[in-house]
Design a binder for this molecule. Structure first.
Ligand code: CTP
Length: 399
């Protein structure tokens, strides 16, 4: 699914080609896009709202408000919801209004208030298409940054033949896919992410672990995939799931297993983000049978685990980037900077447990990013998904 979770607002105007919008919606939905449809009044004469609502799985929008219950259809909300506003078919009339800032229906007010990219697929008769007024309007729309999907040449509804046929839905879908994939900055990159806690067994039923939920690492994996990367997610035990085919998830339990998987995959990766809360110690000896309760004290001797980040830092090649995390309770910046050096990291993401809403288990996080030169960027408290966007942006700047 090449358009997974993309919000596409489809504007349909009154052209005979409106029937193709039904096929277009089906194709876009098949690629995983969320679709909302806004129609002009005339468009409803060419294709029924019921058809479009059923295919897009959303009620279609025509008026500024619903006359039945007075509910307001906010063009501002629609515009900010959309990642792309696709107007297909676009009549000469609608393009003329778009070019000159006329906003006498919901489709047009949404156009004027939307901040997302706009694609326009004209559809009209050949003489209308080649009229200087229309061609000038198209040039104006291009100058606004709108993307024009050139109409094809062929048989037209009027019986004439020439340029003006709306591009076929399959081609429009491909252009939408191409548009989003050009924006992806991590195409052809492979990135390793460690996430979650590790469990270090004491006996067959007990372990040493920590409170890491894995949410930050999973948010990173999703954002990397969103940017087009192939992701290797090495995850300790968590309750989280992944449903993106560009993320290969490798489940591990212990720090040793995480180490082996990380070393195996890092060779062929462009970068590694070490977000796992790896147990620093493991029981020196693992009991093969359940340890029984006794009345005297029980001491478990611990031995250090291998430092995965430090090992990758040692074997990393010049063009590979390693990002570490530091969860600190005191002397945060000093400790974090030290970890950049000891682990040979390119930058480190610091969370302080002193900050409310940061750290294990929360859906939010508050981070600072410190790079090799000592430069520090502070960020506000945000959802872990938004924090992932900030971290991935920084990573992209180094690749
Ligand atoms: N890390 C790792 N392997 C370990 C320990 C830590 O890969 N065995 C990584 C973490 O994923 C994180 C970074 O190293 O990206 C720092 O982890 P942290 O636990 O803060 O550092 P430690 O080196 O364990 O130092 P300390 O616990 O003493 O603060």
């Amino acid at each position: 699914m090449k358009l997974k979770d993309k919000n596409i607002l489809l504007g349909i105007t009154g052209s005979i080609a409106a029937y193709k919008a039904a096929i277009l919606v089906r194709l876009l939905v098949k690629e995983g896009a969320n679709i909302k449809v806004v129609m002009t009044k005339l468009a409803k004469e060419f294709i029924t709202p019921l058809t479009m609502a059923t295919l897009s799985k959303n009620p279609i929008l025509v008026d500024f408000f619903d006359p039945e219950n007075g509910q307001w259809n906010s063009h501002v909300d629609l515009g900010s919801w959309a990642d792309l506003y696709l107007i297909a078919p676009a009549t000469a009339n609608t393009m003329g209004k778009m070019a000159h800032g006329i906003a006498d229906n919901l489709l047009l007010t949404t156009y004027l208030s939307s901040k997302c990219p706009v694609m326009v697929a004209p559809a009209m008769d050949l003489d209308m298409y080649r009229h200087t007024a229309n061609l000038k309007n198209i040039e104006i729309l291009k100058s606004y940054g709108n993307i024009i999907i050139e109409p094809g040449t062929g048989e037209l509804a009027s019986g004439l033949s020439g340029k003006g046929r709306m591009e076929e839905p399959e081609m429009i879908t491909q252009k939408v896919i191409d548009f989003f994939s050009v924006k992806k900055k991590l195409k052809n990159r492979r990135i390793l992410v460690t996430a979650g806690p590790t469990y270090e067994p004491i006996d067959p039923v007990r372990f040493i672990g920590n409170y890491s939920s894995g949410k930050m690492g999973y948010a990173l994996a999703n954002e990397l995939a969103e940017q087009g990367a192939e992701v290797i997610l090495i995850s300790g035990p968590t309750s989280l799931t992944i449903n993106d085919s560009s993320i290969k998830k490798i489940d591990v339990q212990t720090a040793d297993e995480m180490f082996d998987a990380a070393v195996k995959y890092f060779k062929n990766c462009d970068a590694a983000i070490m977000s796992a809360a790896v147990a620093d110690y493991k029981p020196a000896q693992q009991y093969t049978q359940k340890v029984k309760r006794k009345s005297d004290k029980l001491a478990i001797s611990l031995e250090p685990n291998k430092d995965i980040a430090a090992h990758l830092g040692k074997i990393k090649k010049k063009n590979q980037v390693i990002v570490g995390f530091a969860l600190e309770t005191n002397d945060e910046f000093k400790n974090a900077k030290q970890k950049i050096n000891t682990k040979n990291l390119d930058f480190i993401v610091l969370n302080s447990l002193k900050d409310k809403g940061a750290g294990f288990g929360f859906n939010t996080n508050k981070i600072s990013i410190i790079d090799k030169t000592g430069k520090v960027d502070h960020f506000d408290l945000k959802s872990k998904n938004q924090v992932a966007v900030d971290i991935v942006k920084k990573l992209i700047s180094l690749l």
